[in-house]
Design a protein. Structure first.
Length: 159
């Protein structure tokens, strides 16, 4: 897909963001893990890895900047994950985040709070290709336009 976008439309990695909501967010997490070098950032809402969660070494070292929003009241894809059907399990948001932060060699000791769309986020700097930001809000399974705007602005994409 990345190669097709580049060949057909001239998309370059510095102008490409991997993103998604819910299961689309989960798909984005796997795309960033396997082909993160082909994008400038990953911006996701309410979805992370599924079990079995990949190990840090399963991912490429070129994890892009990450911004992820997740609600504490999300019952569709809870922060801790949940069983779905008889053979599937959603992953834990904090474990999934730790995998990408580890692979990207982020400096978790220097994490700092930042605000995106009035949501306090944890910004972990010092990663190989940019910060890793986790925004936990008190809402449910949602992706608000204001969150998207705040995240895109922080990534340097103009409105």
């Amino acid at each position: 897909m990345f190669d097709d976008l580049r060949q057909r439309y001239g998309f370059t990695a510095d102008k490409t963001i991997i993103g998604g909501f819910s299961i689309g967010a989960s798909m984005a997490w796997y795309a960033a893990c396997q082909q993160g070098q082909k994008a400038a950032a990953m911006l996701t809402f309410s979805g992370v890895f599924w079990h079995p969660i990949p190990k840090a070494e399963d991912c490429v070292a070129d994890i892009p900047t990450v911004i992820h929003f997740h609600g504490t009241a999300d019952q569709t894809f809870p922060l801790a994950g949940r069983a779905v059907g008889s053979g599937f399990r959603q992953g834990n948001t904090f474990e999934s985040t730790a995998i990408l932060r580890s692979r990207a060699q982020c400096d978790a000791k220097n994490a700092k709070p930042i605000m995106l769309d009035t949501i306090e986020c944890q910004d972990v700097p010092g990663c190989l290709r940019g910060d890793n930001i986790l925004c936990i809000h008190n809402g449910g399974h949602e992706a608000r336009a204001s969150m998207l705007d705040a995240a895109l602005t922080s990534l340097g994409f103009p409105r």
